[in-house]
Design a protein around this ligand. Structure first.
Ligand code: ADP
Ligand code: ASP
Ligand code: MG
Length: 471
């Protein structure tokens, strides 16, 4: 059985959902062929309609600012958009039922926004309740749309299967509880030859309070569900042809990477390849389930990217380059001149106490530099370190992360990489022990030219991989 996850652009409007129906129908037909090893499924996981989560968070921000009229206007616009998209449901009875569901959900959201705008405060718990509406409604629409087109879909409320911690806005899945809930609620549907349809991103605590897994979390939901149900493949359907050699929004002429190892995919996702949520690979690794990234706009033409434990050797050292902007560098210099025993421990304890994760680390005799994605707690961190170190920080930095299994066998790679970015100031350089990646930290303003040069140097016309037609 396969799990098929459709991202925001793959369910953005009626046309996108019609394409989704065609893709699911083809997968269903393949599953029920007599020669198929497993006639169950697929299981469908969907994101909110493209842009809906941003809009919902906008509603929360308006409520927090006491702007009920603004929040109300956006709730109405979202409701109307969902009602319009629900027109894809081909049978009147199913359409009416879903329309009523949409009206009820958005009426409830309006009441919540009203109450919160009086209080002028939106706690993380309420933020999750608001953000979750996107996937709850989209999955209901998609399930009914599949049904109305002759596919035996059943809607599964994600809050009844994805059991998580209470860490609102970035809740951690509780795997044992989630697996038990999947066995209870989804396995019987599969056994009855149904196609379960679940909203991604959303979960609930063991007490039933709504949570979310963090932005982009539907990929993670799909992987958790796939691992829990023992899927043979997890498919991530999106708006590009697969994992690309660089971010297509920054570099032109990118190519599709046909095959990645789990380790490469994790590094790329962690360092900014948005096409995959950074946690997606973990559940797949645990059960050794292949992950495939595919383009829902071109289901027949594009081969996509296959991600497995091992992959055949490629033609060059480098597989792809990830990048991210909006990075903060914190420089910590010991005031005792030498890094005393226990100094690093002290530093990382402070970051841990402030629940701030560190990405890239470099050290010298007296100083440590780290990069952060989330700089909200930097003032407190600086204050906590003030008695042992001078601390400075700089924002608007960027990370370039060159990733490839081939780096392990090419000891000259770093020198070629530095040559490629020659002339561009480099703030930090790091090569991890696994030698699967090399990370550079530069000024954000230099990201585009630096990435273009690295890409041109390592991905020539002869390099393997097909061009991304959709980019
Ligand atoms: P979805 O809504 O389907 O989850 P996302 O917007 O989360 O889609 O991720 C897909 C986007 O990721 C692409 O449109 C692309 O702009 C961006 N992206 C960034 N880096 C990469 C990369 N290396 N390969 C593919 N896509 C990338
Ligand atoms: N809808 C959520 C978001 O926009 C989750 C996802 O699409 O993966 O972050
Ligand atoms: Mg995504």
């Amino acid at each position: 059985m396969i799990v098929m996850k459709f991202g925001g652009t793959s369910v953005a409007d009626r046309a996108a959902i019609e394409r989704l129906i065609g893709i699911v129908r083809a997968a269903r037909q393949a599953a029920i062929q007599p020669e198929s090893a497993d006639w169950r499924g697929p299981v469908v996981v969907v994101s909110a309609l493209g842009g809906a989560t941003d809009r919902l968070l906008g509603v929360a921000a308006e409520a927090a600012a006491g702007d009920f009229e603004g929040a109300q206007e956006h709730v109405h616009a979202l409701r109307d958009r969902h009602l319009q998209v629900a027109g894809v449901i081909a049978t009147a009875a199913e359409r009416d039922e879903v329309e009523q569901f949409i009206r009820r959900e958005f009426a409830e959201l309006e009441r919540i926004a009203g109450a919160l705008s009086v209080l002028r405060e939106v706690t993380p718990r309420w933020l999750d309740a608001i953000a979750a509406a996107g996937e709850i409604v989209s999955s209901r629409i998609v399930s009914a749309a599949l049904m109305s087109h002759g596919l035996a879909a059943s809607w599964v409320d994600a809050r009844t299967v994805m059991v998580t911690s209470k860490d609102h806005t970035s809740a951690a899945p509780l795997f044992a509880e989630t697996d038990a809930a999947l066995a209870r609620r989804v396995d019987p549907l599969l056994a009855a030859r149904r196609i379960p349809v679940v909203g991604g991103f959303v979960g609930a605590t063991p007490d039933g309070v709504t949570t979310t897994l963090g932005r982009g979390g539907s990929d993670y939901s799909a992987a958790i569900i796939g691992a829990g149900l023992g899927a043979s493949e997890i498919q991530i359907w999106t708006d590009v042809d697969g994992m690309l050699t660089a971010d297509p929004r920054v570099v032109r002429d990118v190519r599709v990477v046909p095959h990645l190892s789990f380790a490469e995919a994790s590094e790329l996702a962690y360092f900014g390849a948005k096409v995959l949520h950074p946690a997606t690979i973990q559940p797949a690794v645990a059960k050794n389930i292949p992950v495939r990234i595919l383009n829902s706009m071109r289901p027949q033409d594009a081969m996509g990217t296959l991600i497995t434990r091992d992959r055949p050797a490629g033609s060059g050292p480098l597989t792809a380059v990830a990048s991210k902007k909006n990075v903060t560098v914190v420089d910590i210099t010991s005031t005792r001149m030498l890094m005393a025993h226990g100094f690093l421990k002290r530093i990382f304890e402070v970051f841990e106490q402030h629940r701030t994760s560190v990405d890239v680390v470099t050290t010298s005799e007296v100083s440590v530099s780290v990069t952060l994605d989330d700089a909200r707690r930097v003032p407190e961190i600086m204050a906590a370190l003030a008695d042992v170190a001078d601390v400075t920080c700089e924002d608007r930095m960027a990370i370039i992360c060159a990733v490839g299994e081939g780096l392990q066998t090419d000891p000259t790679f770093v020198s070629h990489l530095l040559e490629a970015v020659g002339g561009i100031p480099i703030r930090m350089v790091s090569q991890a022990a696994a030698r699967r990646n090399v990370t550079l930290v530069i000024n954000e303003a230099d990201l585009e030219p630096a990435l273009a040069r690295v890409h041109a140097r390592f991905f020539t016309d002869e390099a393997e991989g097909q061009r991304c037609v959709s980019c």
